[in-house]
Design a protein around this ligand. Structure first.
Ligand code: HEC
Ligand code: HEC
Length: 347
């Protein structure tokens, strides 16, 4: 059974529930209300199946608290939200590779987390295939949060507010890793970003949502980029080599998971939604600006046996076309999403 409730309705319900819940530390049972998840018009069905983990206000609110809780890291300094910042569409602004506990560096750039419900795999190499199996990786990773999941369960279950929230979300106070991951999946799964100027334009092409140059940029984008960065999610979720020169750490990408030489240096095609606010770019954050990203396709594509044939010869674009593609990419910013208090750190 799938509920077709308009997004606005879903948001309104959540807002009503939220504003009343915010006033108190714990949530009143009377305010406990299920919320619907709906697919924006023209979008495919999500890959994540909420039927196995019903999205409720309390599950969502618990997931949000966990997401922003630094106690989920060894030294209580790092939360998921440290590396996934809302104003950057939940990427980590200004960091080429992620910074975890003790200021230790990872080797990859923190990706944005909008529209995770549609993602068919997680991480740049697709090493995780289920949204609920994802959080254990950063929690236990020695250069990220570095805490054993059993210790997370101990810390969380020692907190009375959490126990009350688990009861609200799951029926009793039991804290276990599966419930932690399910609550986080509800929070992340509900992070839908579908209200950019591009979306308004697509819904109403005769409205004045895009300038002539942005519209031209969209045409050029559809010609050269959309086969991988497929609308409406702006990714086809495949793994491709877009011609970056292998980095100093020689990250092998998808081949790290499949051990297949044909997958060398292939990475998950990232969504470009909110891309203007999530610099730096690429799996290792090596590119700082959108202009330089587009220029990469024009003049920087490095040919190798696995470089994608769509771009291996370089993409032919005039200066005007390049500028217009950059302008178009900026129309993918959804300020409703990046300012939505529902996804912000709880006060
Ligand atoms: C130290 C920084 C850091 C912390 C803390 C962190 N992440 Fe991440 N996150 C990353 C990086 C880097 C990647 C990409 C890793 C890779 O591709 O190998 C990532 C990837 C992800 C992805 C997959 C996105 C995609 O499109 O593939 C999700 C979902 C995610 N993180 C959620 C979380 C959650 C939930 C937490 C808290 C439990 C968390 N992250 C904590 C840095 C971090
Ligand atoms: C053959 C598939 C393919 C085509 C065609 C393609 N891209 Fe990409 N794009 C990728 C992949 C794969 C990545 C990630 C590469 C990495 O990090 O190693 C990427 C990354 C990006 C990024 C960085 C996003 C981020 O969050 O880090 C931008 C911006 C981008 N592409 C824009 C474009 C534009 C503009 C075009 C058309 C000129 C284009 N792409 C064409 C596959 C493609």
């Amino acid at each position: 059974m799938r509920k077709f409730v308009p997004v606005s309705f879903f948001v309104v319900l959540l807002v009503i529930a939220w504003t009343s819940a915010c006033k108190k530390d714990t949530i009143d049972p009377g305010e406990w209300q299920p919320v619907g998840f709906s697919v924006p018009p023209g979008w495919p069905q999500p890959f994540y199946n909420f039927e196995n983990n019903s999205l409720t206000f309390d599950g969502f609110a618990l997931g949000r608290k966990l997401f922003y809780d630094v106690r989920l890291s060894r030294d209580s300094t790092i939360s998921c939200g440290t590396c996934h910042q809302q104003f950057a569409s939940f990427a980590q602004a200004g960091h080429d590779v992620s910074h975890g506990v003790d200021d230790l560096l990872g080797t990859r750039n923190s990706p944005g987390l909008a529209n995770m419900a549609w993602s068919t795999s997680f991480f740049w190499d697709g090493g995780v295939n289920h949204l609920e199996n994802q959080p254990i990786n950063p929690i236990q990773n020695p250069v990220e949060m570095d805490l054993k999941i059993t210790d997370v369960v101990t810390r969380v279950s020692g907190d009375a507010d959490y126990r009350a929230r688990f009861k609200k979300a799951f029926g009793d106070e039991t804290v276990n890793s599966q419930r932690i991951f399910r609550a986080m999946a509800q929070f992340m799964g509900a992070m839908v970003s579908a209200d950019s100027r591009y979306d308004r334009y697509v819904a109403n092409p005769s409205g004045n949502y895009l300038s002539e140059s942005e519209k031209h940029g969209l045409q050029v984008f559809r010609q050269h980029c959309a086969s991988c960065h497929k609308e409406p999610l702006f990714s086809d979720f495949s793994f491709r080599n877009n011609g970056l020169i292998p980095s100093a750490v020689n990250d092998s990408g998808r081949a790290h998971i499949t051990r297949d030489a044909a997958d060398l240096y292939k990475f998950k095609v990232p969504s470009l939604r909110n891309v203007a606010v999530s610099a730096p770019y690429m799996h290792d954050g090596r590119i700082q600006t959108l202009e330089a990203c587009v220029e990469h396709y024009r003049s920087g594509v490095h040919a190798s046996p696995t470089t994608d044939v769509l771009i291996s010869g370089g993409v032919v674009m005039s200066d005007l076309e390049k500028d217009d593609v950059v302008s178009f990419l900026k129309t993918l910013t959804d300020s409703t999403f990046i300012h939505n208090q529902l996804f912000a750190e709880p006060k």
